[in-house]
Design a protein around this ligand. Structure first.
Ligand code: BGC
Length: 746
C-alpha cells in the first residue's frame, strides 16, 4: 500500500488526537482549529463514481472543502479512488481530517441478498442482522464507511416503487428489523474493519406519498405520524444508529430537510439523538422547488437551522453559508454543532486512526465462504407460499418432465432487484440453474422464456437525412420471433408433467422513481399465464417482484403460487429446495397483497371506522387477496382459543400441527385498543410473534406478555401512554383470522 504524504501539520494533528483519548475533547480541539470555510467543507458531501470525479475533487479536498463523498464507483476501482481522495484529505489538507465515504448497500454490497421487503418476509430478526453484517463487512472492505440503510419508511401503498426497499407495512415488524439492521451494520464497534455506520432513512413520512407516486407530497396526521411512521426510526435510534437521512417529502407543507419540529424537536430534543443528519440527494435545493425556501441561501439556512447537518449534493451550504454567517443570519454556533456531529461520526468510525483502505481487503472479503449460504438461507426463508392445492412439494418420483417457462426463469440480472449494491449477474444462480442442479440429470427440464417482461418498442431505421422511420420489416420479424417463442413455450408446457411459470415485474420497475399505476404482471405475461393454464397441466407460478402485485387471476389459474420477491444471488437454489420439498416454506407476508390495484392502499392496520362492516366497494370486497402475516407451509396448524391470564397480564394459545410433516408456525400477537382518549386506534396491530417448530400432531402453548409496549400508543406530543379499559387480543397465523379475547386493563 502506498503511504499518504503526511504534512507536518496533519502529523501533529494525528499525534494530538492520539494523546487525547476522549472523543468530545478531540472534537473540540479540532473544531477550535478549523476555519469557517473548512467547517462548511465538513458539512459538504460530493460523489465519486468514476476517476474523473477524483480529478475534479482533489484540489477542493486539499482546501478542506469536502467532508464526505458517496462512493458509488464499482468495487474494482472504488478503493483506489477512495484512497486517492483520502490521501489528499489526510496528507495534504491543513488539518488532515479524513473524509467519510457513504453508499447504499441496502441488501448487500457484493453478496446481494433478497430485497429488504423479501428480508422482511423472513420475520427472522437474527437472519436479517447476520445478512446486514455481511453487507457491512463487504462495504467496509472496499472503503464504504457509512451505509445509507436501513430504510425505515412504512410501506402502505405498493404503487410506490420504494416499498421494495422497506420492511413492509407494519411499524412493529419494521422497528424490529430496523434495529436488527443497525446491529448488523454497526456491531458493537463501528470502527471495526468489518462494520460501518447505519443511516435511518428517510426521516420522515416519505412513503406516504400521494397516489404512490415517488417524490410526491404527503398528507400525514400527527397521530399517524407518531404511531405509524416514527416508531421504526425511534427503534433505530435506540439501537444506536449513528446517522439519519432527512427525506425528500414535505410534511404539512414543510420540506423534511427544513423541518425543525421533526429534525430538532423529535430527533434531538425528544429522542436525544446526537448523531449526524444528512440530507437526501439535492433535497436542500429542492426546498426551493417545493415553494418553501426563496433561494439557495434560504434553503441552506432553513435546512441547517432545522437540524440537517450535511448537504448531500446540492452545494447550497458551501455556496451560501459563509456569507450568511458573516451577515449574522446564521449563527456560527449552528455550524459548529453540525461540524461536531460530522467529526464525531468520523471518530466513531475510527477514520482518524485508519483513514485508508487496504486495496486487497475487498478481494479477501468477497471470497469469504459464509456469505453465499447465508444469502441462500435468507432467500429460502423469504419465500412465501400463497397457494397450494397439493402440487407442492414436487416429488421427483411423480414428475420427470418439467417445463420452466417465463421471462424470469433464467434471467440473472433481474434476480438482483433494485439497488443491488455491486452484486454481479455472473454470481447469480437463477431458478433454471438451481433446478437443474437440484434435479440432476434424470429429470428433463425445458427452459423457455415464452415472452419478454416488457414489449419491445417499435424498431426504427435512420434515413440519410438523419431522421428515423418505422422499420416495418424489422417489426414484422420481431413479431414473428415473439410469436414463435410464445408457441414453443406452450408446446413445451403441453408435453410436461408440471409447469413452473417464472413471472413478475422488471426489477427496474420497483425502487426509486419507479412507481406503478397498475400492479399487474408486465407485458404479455398475463396472456402467457392464461395459455399455460389452458394446457390443463399442473401449474406452479413463482412471482418475482419488488412489491405486492394484484395476483387475483394468477392465483385462480395457478395450482400453487410462490412469492419470491427479487431474491438476490441465491434465489435459484433456495427456490429449488423449497419447490422440491427439501425445505418447507417459512416466509410470511410483511405487506398485504391487494386483489386489484384500485383497492390500494389496503394495509391491515388501518384506523377503526364508524361503520366497519360497510367499507366494501360496490364491485369488490375490502379484504386483500392475501393478508399481512399470511404464508402457507407444507403442513397445517390450528390455533386454539386465546386465554387471558389477567393476574400476570399475559395471553396464551395452543398451536397444533395438524398435518403430516414437521413445520414452522409463526404465531402472531395482535391487539386493539377498543377506546382511546387520543383518537381512533387501528383495528389490529401486531405486537409480537413467536416461531414454533412442531412435529406432526404436536401441540405447544405460546404465551405473550401484555406489557405497556404491547398495548400502548404514542400521543400527539410524543409521550408513550397506556390507558385502562378494554383491549382485544388475538394470537393467530395472520392478520385476517382468529377470534379475539377481551382483556380488561385495570
Ligand atoms: C435516495 C437515497 C439514497 C441517496 C444516495 C437518493 O436518491 O433517495 O435513499 O441514499 O440517493 O444514493
Amino acid at each position: 500500500m502506498r503511504l499518504p504524504l503526511v504534512t507536518l501539520t496533519s502529523l501533529l494533528a494525528v499525534i494530538m488526537h492520539a494523546q487525547t483519548p476522549s472523543c468530545p475533547d478531540r472534537v473540540e480541539t479540532l473544531l477550535a482549529r478549523l476555519t469557517l470555510e473548512e467547517k462548511i467543507g465538513q458539512l459538504t458531501q460530493g460523489v465519486i463514481h468514476a476517476p474523473e470525479h477524483v480529478e475534479a475533487a482533489l484540489a477542493e479536498v486539499r482546501a478542506g472543502r469536502y467532508g464526505s463523498f458517496i462512493l458509488s464507483a464499482p468495487p474494482e476501482i472504488a478503493t483506489t479512488l477512495r484512497n486517492q481522495v483520502q490521501q489528499a484529505a489526510v496528507g495534504q489538507s491543513r488539518l488532515g481530517i479524513p473524509l467519510v465515504f457513504g453508499y447504499d448497500s441496502i441488501h448487500g454490497y457484493r453478496t446481494t441478498f433478497p430485497i429488504p421487503l423479501g428480508l422482511a418476509a423472513t420475520w427472522d430478526i437474527q437472519l436479517v442482522e447476520q445478512g446486514q453484517a455481511v453487507a457491512a463487512r463487504e462495504s467496509r472492505a472496499v472503503g464504504v464507511d457509512w451505509i445509507f440503510a436501513p430504510m425505515c419508511d412504512l410501506a402502505r401503498d405498493p404503487r410506490w416503487g420504494r416499498v421494495a426497499e422497506s420492511f413492509g407495512e407494519d411499524p412493529y415488524l419494521g422497528a424490529q428489523l430496523v434495529a436488527a439492521s443497525v446491529r448488523g451494520f454497526q456491531g458493537d464497534n463501528p470502527a471495526s474493519p468489518e462494520r460501518a455506520a447505519a443511516t435511518l432513512k428517510h426521516f420522515v413520512g416519505y412513503s406516504a406519498t400521494t397516489g404512490g407516486r415517488d417524490y410526491n407530497t404527503t398528507d400525514i396526521t400527527p397521530f399517524v405520524l407518531r404511531n405509524a411512521h416514527l416508531p421504526a426510526f425511534e427503534a433505530g435510534i435506540q439501537a444506536g444508529a449513528l446517522s439519519v437521512m432527512s427525506a425528500f417529502n414535505a410534511i404539512d407543507g414543510i420540506p423534511a430537510v427544513t423541518n425543525r419540529a421533526l429534525l430538532t424537536g423529535v430527533l434531538r430534543d425528544e429522542w436525544k439523538f446526537n448523531g449526524l443528519v444528512v440530507s437526501d440527494w439535492n433535497s436542500v435545493a429542492e426546498s426551493i422547488t417545493w415553494g418553501y425556501a426563496a433561494d439557495r441561501a434560504e434553503a441552506a439556512r432553513l435546512s441547517l437551522l432545522a437540524g440537517n447537518d450535511m448537504d448531500m449534493m446540492s452545494g447550497c451550504y458551501r455556496e451560501t453559508l459563509a456569507a450568511q454567517v458573516a451577515a449574522g443570519t446564521v449563527p456560527l454556533a449552528a455550524i459548529d454543532e453540525a461540524v461536531r456531529r460530522v467529526l464525531r461520526l468520523k471518530f466513531k468510525l475510527g477514520l482518524f486512526e485508519a483513514p485508508l483502505t487496504d486495496p486487497a481487503a475487498a478481494a479477501r472479503s468477497f471470497a469469504l465462504p459464509d456469505a453465499p449460504p447465508l444469502a441462500r438461507e435468507a432467500a429460502a426463508r423469504s419465500l412465501v407460499l400463497l397457494k397450494n392445492d397439493g402440487v407442492l412439494p414436487l416429488t421427483p418420483a411423480a414428475i420427470r418432465r418439467i417445463a420452466l417457462i417465463g421471462p424470469l426463469a433464467d434471467d440473472a440480472t433481474e434476480m438482483l432487484g433494485t439497488w443491488p449494491g455491486h452484486g454481479q449477474p455472473a454470481d447469480v444462480v437463477t431458478l433454471a440453474a438451481g433446478l437443474r442442479t437440484h434435479l440432476g440429470p434424470a429429470a428433463q427440464l425445458t427452459v423457455l422464456r415464452g415472452c419478454d417482461l416488457l414489449p419491445s418498442g417499435p424498431r426504427t431505421r435512420a434515413l440519410p437525412d438523419g431522421s428515423n422511420v418505422t422499420d416495418e420489416d424489422a417489426n414484422h420479424r420481431a413479431a414473428v420471433a415473439d410469436e414463435n417463442d410464445f408457441t414453443q413455450a406452450i408446446a413445451a408446457a403441453r408435453s410436461a408433467d408440471v409447469i413452473i411459470a417464472a413471472m413478475g415485474e422488471p426489477r427496474g420497475w420497483s425502487g426509486e422513481n419507479s412507481s406503478r399505476a397498475e400492479l399487474s404482471l408486465t407485458g404479455r405475461q398475463p396472456e402467457l399465464l392464461r395459455a399455460l393454464a389452458a394446457t390443463g397441466k399442473p401449474l406452479v407460478v413463482v412471482v418475482f417482484s419488488g412489491r405486492p402485485l394484484a395476483l387475483t387471476e394468477t392465483a385462480e389459474k395457478a395450482n400453487a403460487l410462490v412469492q419470491a420477491w427479487h431474491p438476490g444471488l441465491q434465489g435459484g437454489p433456495a427456490l429449488a429446495a423449497v419447490l422440491c420439498g427439501d425445505l418447507a416454506p417459512t416466509g410470511r407476508l410483511p405487506i398485504s397483497f391487494p386483489r386489484a390495484t384500485g383497492q390500494v392502499p389496503v394495509y391491515y392496520n388501518h384506523a377503526m371506522t364508524g361503520r366497519p362492516d360497510m367499507v366494501d366497494y360496490r364491485d369488490l370486497t375490502r379484504d386483500p387477496l392475501y393478508p399481512f402475516g399470511f404464508g402457507l407451509t407444507y403442513t397445517t396448524f390450528t390455533y386454539g382459543p386465546v386465554e387471558i391470564l389477567a393476574a400476570t397480564s399475559r395471553a396464551r394459545a395452543t398451536v397444533t400441527n395438524t398435518g403430516t410433516r414437521a413445520g414452522e408456525a409463526v404465531a402472531q400477537l395482535y391487539v386493539r385498543d377498543v377506546a382511546c382518549s387520543e383518537g381512533a386506534r387501528p383495528v389490529q396491530e401486531l405486537r409480537g410473534w413467536q416461531r414454533l417448530t412442531l412435529a406432526p400432531g404436536e401441540s405447544r402453548t405460546v404465551e405473550f406478555a401484555l406489557t405497556d409496549e404491547t398495548l400502548g400508543f404514542v400521543d400527539r406530543s410524543g409521550k408513550h401512554r397506556l390507558e385502562a379499559g378494554e383491549y382485544r387480543v388475538w394470537i393467530a397465523p395472520h392478520a385476517s383470522t382468529g377470534t379475539a379475547a377481551v382483556y380488561q386493563r385495570p
